[in-house]
Design a protein around this ligand. Structure first.
Ligand code: RB5
Length: 147
């Protein structure tokens, strides 16, 4: 499975940690879209790159990390077909995959310790979408609104 990962400066350390984890476990291949330092930068730029990687099918799932996970999720959810979930617990990450077929996980480096972030990342990547008529019906509605 290919993972696209991006962060702003506030999520840089956790992004590097996650890349190290992927390199050690070799379970997933990982595409890093930046940022490449703790120098101040703008989270929408990295949300755009990860969303683009998914929508062009270069990646199967995405991870976005900023200070809270909130800016990243707001930015990524601007793109039709993206379902980004800001999660602060493994239970939320599991349900985001099972019920919402979330395709991008957003993490807040300033809100949770790294050990918890890693648990959330692992659960998110390991949990499949439940499928089923009711979940699919609701997901189809997400992409059908046009106001
Ligand atoms: C950057 O200071 C911070 O605002 C950003 O990382 C994020 O938390 C926004 O939602």
């Amino acid at each position: 499975m290919n993972i696209a990962i991006g962060s702003d400066h506030a999520g840089f350390l956790y992004k590097e940690n996650a890349k190290r984890y992927f390199a050690i476990t070799q379970q997933y291949s990982c595409m890093d879209v930046g940022t490449d330092s703790e120098k101040s930068t703008d989270y929408p730029d990295y949300a755009l790159r990860v969303a683009g990687a998914l929508l062009s099918r270069k990646a199967d799932l995405g991870i976005l990390i900023c200070g809270t996970g909130i800016g990243m999720s707001i930015a990524a959810n601007r793109f039709r077909g993206i379902r980004a979930a800001a999660c602060e617990s493994a239970a939320a990450a599991q349900l985001a995959r099972q019920h919402n077929d979330a395709n991008i996980l957003c993490i807040g480096e300033r809100l949770i310790p790294w050990e918890k972030a890693l648990e959330i990342i692992r659960i998110f990547l390991e949990t499949p979408f439940d499928g089923g008529e009711r979940h699919c019906r609701r997901l189809n509605k997400l992409d059908s609104f046009s106001i």
